[in-house]
Design a protein around this ligand. Structure first.
Ligand SMILES: [Fe+2]
Length: 384
């Protein structure tokens, strides 16, 4: 615990004691996460200093003012659900058939369970990013469940599993959770404690569904090929819900912005999860999920095994295999006869990368043509 003058208080710090006014009326309660607004109010109220938790404090929410903190978690959770779903709808990255009102209702309902909110509150106070990530994982798990045709009760349970999958991170100090650089072996060993810690946290509850919630918290870092942790489980010994939450967890982490990294575009997440992590995730599940994601947007210029091409159309259901127009060789020679290929048919062509800003400008300069020309015109289809 640290006593700091108001000028040294930063947003995100957590109050370690109640802040009282001159008349001993509670102004802010212990456990409040200080926002810019609160800090401004404190500075204007004449209070000289406050006590905040330091990273070494192992504080427990049991000691905190329960009622308001729980309500605050619910309100913040609901607005995070709205924000994330709006982002997904506005960015058109996921098939809108799956990001719908139905899913919205199921996610909102997941915040009605008192015991779940209490657990989530501990996590929110401990680390805001993990709390927001949990909301993202709940939503994406729900989307995968919908793609897999889960019924409503199964979907609700899956969304709760996503919401609580990382509660074990309570045992990991925030400075390790939010460390921008590479973790040391010791720090990674601490991170690896969180699935078991999550299991212990959730397994204490009496509600029978908590057995499944605990199992998913325990297994969400297990990988199909046995390279995961904590138990190096393989294949069928991993619960199907854990396999879904594992995909949602990695996809959300890759496509979300953090203080130390930009959000990766879906095609990068696709490449990482299907190629660099080959064999770790349930293959059909991963394929069905990415088929509903706009990996290659229309107009994207891509590098393929046959040369440079532009994406002419892509449809959900086979989004990883768009219709393309190949217009130049990999040695920057414009083709005399550009051609179109439907990658959803059997072809030997594979996409290796999507060209972004600088490499796209460099390609245009080199070819002395704007690749968008090939989007506007039709070319004969080549069959293999
Ligand atoms: Fe995790």
């Amino acid at each position: 615990m640290l006593e700091l003058p108001i000028k040294d208080i930063k947003p995100g710090m957590v109050l370690a004691t109640d802040v009282l006014t001159a008349r001993d009326i509670t102004y802010l309660r212990k456990g409040t996460v200080l926002t810019r607004q609160y800090i401004k109010q404190l500075a204007g109220s004449g209070i000289g200093s406050v006590s905040v938790f330091s990273g070494e404090d192992n504080y427990q929410m049991k000691d905190l003012s329960p009622r308001e903190t729980l309500i605050e978690t619910r309100v913040l959770g609901l607005s995070a659900i709205d924000k994330k779903l709006k982002e997904l709808i506005d960015s058109h990255t996921i098939n809108p058939d799956y990001v719908n009102e139905d899913l919205h209702q199921i996610c909102k309902k997941a915040l009605d369970d008192e015991a779940d909110i209490a657990t989530l509150t501990k996590l929110r106070v401990h680390d805001k990013y993990t709390f927001l990530h949990s909301i993202g994982v709940a939503i994406i798990s729900g989307i995968i469940g919908k793609i897999e045709n889960y019924d409503k009760s199964k979907l609700s349970l899956l969304v709760r599993c996503g919401l609580l999958h990382d509660v074990g991170k309570l045992v990991v100090p925030p400075e390790i959770l939010n460390k921008p650089g590479k973790l040391t072996d010791e720090e990674f060993a601490v991170i690896k404690l969180h699935p078991t810690a999550g299991w212990s946290e959730l397994n204490q509850k009496t509600d029978p569904s908590h057995e499944l919630l605990a199992a998913v918290a325990l297994q969400h870092h297990e990988r199909l090929d046995g390279t995961g942790y904590p138990d190096k489980l393989k294949e069928e010994s991993i619960h199907p819900f854990s396999s879904i939450v594992a995909i949602a967890d990695v996809y959300d982490a890759l496509t979300s912005e953090r203080s130390y990294k930009l959000a990766y575009k879906p095609h990068i997440a696709y490449k990482i999860m299907t190629r660099l992590s080959r064999g770790q995730f349930v293959e059909p599940l991963l394929r069905e999920f990415f088929d509903q994601i706009e990996i290659y947007a229309v107009g994207s210029v891509i590098e393929t095994s046959e040369g440079y091409a532009i994406v002419k159309s892509a449809k959900y259901g086979s989004a990883a295999h768009p219709r393309i127009c190949v217009f130049a060789t990999e040695r920057y020679q414009l083709l005399d006869e550009p051609y179109e290929v439907d990658l959803s048919k059997d072809t030997p062509i594979s996409i290796s990368s999507v060209l972004e800003d600088i490499s796209l400008i460099a390609l245009s300069n080199r070819l002395r043509i704007n690749p968008m020309t090939f989007l506007e015109n039709d070319y004969p289809e080549k069959n293999f």
